[in-house]
Design a protein around this ligand. Structure first.
Ligand SMILES: [Zn+2]
Length: 336
């Protein structure tokens, strides 16, 4: 009876009335920063940046890769497999079950994605965190992903870009997750030894063991506007040192002012800015900025400090006289 209703009557009624299925459920999104309603399609077209207040919302791993690589083209690489649940950990739920559920939900093996392609015409390997996979927490698989990405970068003479979005270490893997900190540092050092650029794009949030390891040793640190970047939480620090901390503490902009971040770059300009920086570092011809956008919110604290830092970390330093001044200026706008 029920089947007959579902399989026969309902489609009949649908075909008579016309389905409403092509109207998506989530036409509008609310901006968490300014509370304005934003049309979902506009948000997608604007790389999930609120056009009222420029707030950078969370963006999926696929969308981020597409906006970073030239023409949105890239290929993915398989991560090496690691022992799952080595400690047989269990809290309210078994870690093994938690992993299984998250894998089914996200269609990913773990919180790291390795992809390669070109940025500004330069060969690049990106190790990108998927925050949707257990908060982008770093366990053995994520560590393995950074090592694999670094190995591919060295083998293919590509730049390595790490894009963290992580709450820190994966507690279910205990000390093994902490071991990923020195491990990832050794991995990115191999890239540096091969005289290839290593860039970190700090996205919201970059905290805990990730910010205390490979994410803070880049040749250039780029951050997205408004991203939270820090080790321990603000409240914990405040209670420990018994001092009031500024409102913008642990934001990308605060870290730019205090020298931990070299550039704060809006999402729409990431491809162009990273492309120019890589061309300077890898001594390739600087590609014309296809979108013709200038970095408007990229600013700097001291006179051209970023330009100096770009030059000083060049992996093939002796040819820096070839630097195109105009490109350098638009890549890192000097402060007035
Ligand atoms: Zn907004």
């Amino acid at each position: 009876m029920n089947n007959w209703l579902n399989n026969f009557i309902r489609p009949k009624i649908r075909s008579l009335v016309g389905t409403q299925k092509d109207v998506p459920d989530n036409l509008w999104d609310k901006c968490p920063s300014c509370d304005n309603m934003v049309f979902h399609r506009e948000l997608t077209e604007n790389d999930f940046v609120c056009h009222h207040c420029d707030f950078h919302m969370a963006i999926s791993a696929e969308d981020r890769l597409a906006l970073m690589f030239d023409g949105g083209k890239y290929s993915r690489h398989k991560n090496k497999s690691v022992p799952a649940d080595p400690l047989k950990f269990k809290d309210r739920k078994k870690y093994a079950d938690r992993l299984k559920d998250t894998r089914a939900k996200t269609n990913e093996d773990d919180a790291i994605i390795i992809a390669s392609g070109k940025i500004g015409g330069n060969p690049v390997v990106i190790a990108l965190f998927n925050f949707k996979f257990m908060g982008g927490s770093m366990g053995a698989a994520v560590g393995e992903g950074i090592v694999t990405a670094a190995e591919i970068a060295v083998k293919t003479k590509s730049a390595l870009i790490a894009v963290p979005a992580s709450g820190g270490a994966r507690m279910q893997e205990g000390a093994i997750s902490l071991m990923q900190m020195p491990r990832t540092i050794i991995a990115v050092n191999r890239v540096k030894k091969a005289r290839l650029p290593y860039i970190v794009l700090l996205t919201n949030p970059t905290t805990g063991g990730v910010s205390a390891s490979f994410a803070m040793v880049g040749d250039i640190h780029i951050a997205e506007p408004g991203a939270t970047i820090g080790f321990a939480g603000k409240r914990v620090i405040q209670e420990t040192i018994r001092e009031e901390l500024p409102d913008d503490f642990q934001t990308a902009e605060y870290l730019l002012e205090h020298g931990m971040v070299d550039m704060v770059v809006p999402r729409a300009e990431l491809n162009a800015v990273i492309g120019q920086a890589l061309s300077l570092l890898m001594n390739t011809k600087i590609a014309d900025n296809p979108k013709g956008k200038k970095s408007k919110t990229t600013k700097n604290t001291e006179n051209g400090k970023s330009v100096v830092s770009v030059a000083s970390v060049s992996s093939s330093g002796e040819k820096m006289e070839a630097v195109n001044e105009d490109a350098a200026r638009s890549a890192v706008k000097k402060s007035a």
